[in-house]
Design a protein around this ligand. Structure first.
Ligand SMILES: Nc1ncnc2c1ncn2[C@@H]1O[C@H](COP(=O)(O)OP(=O)(O)OP(=O)(O)O)[C@@H](O)[C@H]1O
Length: 199
């Protein structure tokens, strides 16, 4: 990960308000996390879950309040950010090279989601679940301390849900942090997420 043990990852959101197209979407949101902790952001469609993750990652400005953090952030959302024309392998290698990730670490991460047999397929030919797995591989093999996972279970079969939960557990055990949005319950052994309900 990006930070050593001497400087653990942390995140603090205080009185955050966020506007979209002139409408207040997030109103007075507060959340504090340290290394090893996970937050589950829940609530009905349109309540602002994705907006919150995009705000934390700096893609949407806060209207009011403060977000402070130590660590490197990786945002995983519906936009896979993988080049549609490249093979899965080359699309992932593009990011691995930028992030200075060793080839064997990328290969190991791709194996977690069983990408081996689809590494030579162009990204635009992937199914929903395959695309989700490829995009998750990018986050999992990276150096980020803080994973922002927006509906990461969408499209995943039961086996790959278990694989993702295992990867999350290892990340938390290593002092990482996770903020996740999901409409489904999150069941990860020995992990009790902090719930942020935006209902
Ligand atoms: N690009 C955008 N421009 C303006 N408003 C937007 C934009 N994207 C979303 N919104 C609005 O922001 C509000 C929150 O949307 P957001 O996507 O954060 O909700 P969500 O809780 O993630 O929903 P879902 O459960 O459907 O994924 C909604 O009212 C939506 O209409």
């Amino acid at each position: 990960m990006g930070l050593g043990q001497a400087y653990p990852a942390s995140l603090s959101i205080q009185h955050l308000c966020c506007m979209r197209s002139g409408r207040l979407v997030l109103d007075n949101i507060n959340l504090s996390l340290t290394g090893g902790q996970m937050a589950w952001v829940k609530g009905p469609n349109g309540c602002g879950k994705s907006t919150l993750l995009r705000c934390i990652s700096g893609l949407i400005p806060a209207f009011d309040g403060e977000i402070t953090y130590h660590g490197i952030i990786s945002l995983h959302d519906g936009n896979a950010a993988l080049d549609e024309e490249l093979s899965v392998e080359n699309a992932l290698k593009f990011w691995a090279n930028l992030d200075d990730i060793a080839a064997d670490k990328l290969a190991q991460s791709a194996e977690i989601f069983g990408l081996g047999h689809i590494m030579d397929i162009p990204v635009h030919m992937l199914s929903t679940g395959q695309r989700q797995r490829a995009a998750l591989t990018r986050t999992i093999c990276g150096n980020a301390d803080i994973w922002l996972l927006d509906e990461p279970y969408n499209g995943l079969d039961q086996h790959n849900v278990a694989m993702l939960n295992h990867a999350i557990k290892i990340h938390l055990d290593n002092g990482g942090m996770v903020i996740i949005t999901s409409h489904n319950d999150i069941i990860i052994e020995n992990i009790t997420p902090i719930i942020l309900d935006l209902s």
